[in-house]
Design a binder for this molecule. Structure first.
Ligand code: ITT
Length: 214
């Protein structure tokens, strides 16, 4: 059985509504490394979660990227939500006229077994891709180079563009009330409606298509 590993009930509601039966959610707080990309955080988390759970797992790392703030808070979204808070992030962006934004979600899958690397750089990013990138720069930086024997992880990315607005709606979670897509905030949508357009829905859809064949 596939486990969706997260401490976030909002994510579980969306994943259940998308993936249905056959997936169980596991409430485990895998360590989130400090990194400047969701891909690295998710890949690291998936390896740890697989070791903890023992079977096939997915973890989901997501963030809000505000264009005018050069993508901030991005991978730091959880920290910023817990410190500044969603309403202040929204107010700062609106005051600055920095309302163009996007949500990104990275689903990382790990079952401990090897699989063929995909030619897409994002899918190999935490294995061969990163080695190659480091080699190309002539860098031997150990935090970017994957150690031999590291568990393979496959990544699926989804993104959705939107606008930062005054908070509206009481559904969803996190930054949903201040994120509007096509005139509706994510907090005004039911989970199925959000899944149909969201970063998470898009990443889950790519994952589901691939997982059916595995
Ligand atoms: P897990 O890591 O245990 O899955 P988390 O809540 O820490 O749960 P993330 O690190 O992925 O999850 O979340 C980063 C931040 O982005 C956090 O503040 C979330 O509330 C927010 N976030 C993630 N997905 C979101 C979504 O679909 N809508 C609104 N906010 C979201």
């Amino acid at each position: 059985m596939l486990s969706y590993v997260t401490t976030n009930d909002g994510k579980v509601r969306e994943a259940e509504s998308y993936l249905g039966e056959g997936v169980s959610s596991v409430d485990y707080d895998y360590p989130e490394i400090q990194a400047d990309s969701l891909e690295r955080v998710a890949a690291h988390g998936a390896r740890d979660a697989h070791r903890h759970v023992g079977g096939p797992v997915i973890v989901d790392d997501a963030g809000l990227y505000i264009d005018g703030f050069e993508g901030f808070p991005g991978p730091y979204s959880a920290y910023v939500e817990n410190t500044l808070g969603v309403e202040r992030v929204g107010a700062l962006a609106r005051e600055d006229g920095a309302t163009r934004a996007a949500f990104r979600c990275v689903i990382a899958y790990c079952d401990g077994e090897p699989f063929d690397a995909s030619p897409e750089p994002v899918d190999t990013g935490d294995r061969r891709g990163r080695d190659t990138a480091a080699a190309a720069r002539g860098s031997a930086s150990t935090d970017e180079t994957v150690a031999d024997g590291e568990l393979p992880v496959k990544l699926f990315v989804g993104a959705v563009p939107g606008r930062i607005v005054e908070p509206r709606g009481d559904g969803g979670f996190g930054y949903d009330p201040i994120f509007e897509h096509d005139g509706t905030t994510f907090a005004e949508m039911r989970p199925e409606e959000k899944n149909a357009v969201s970063h998470r829905g898009r990443a889950l859809s790519k994952f589901a298509e691939w997982f059916v064949d595995r």
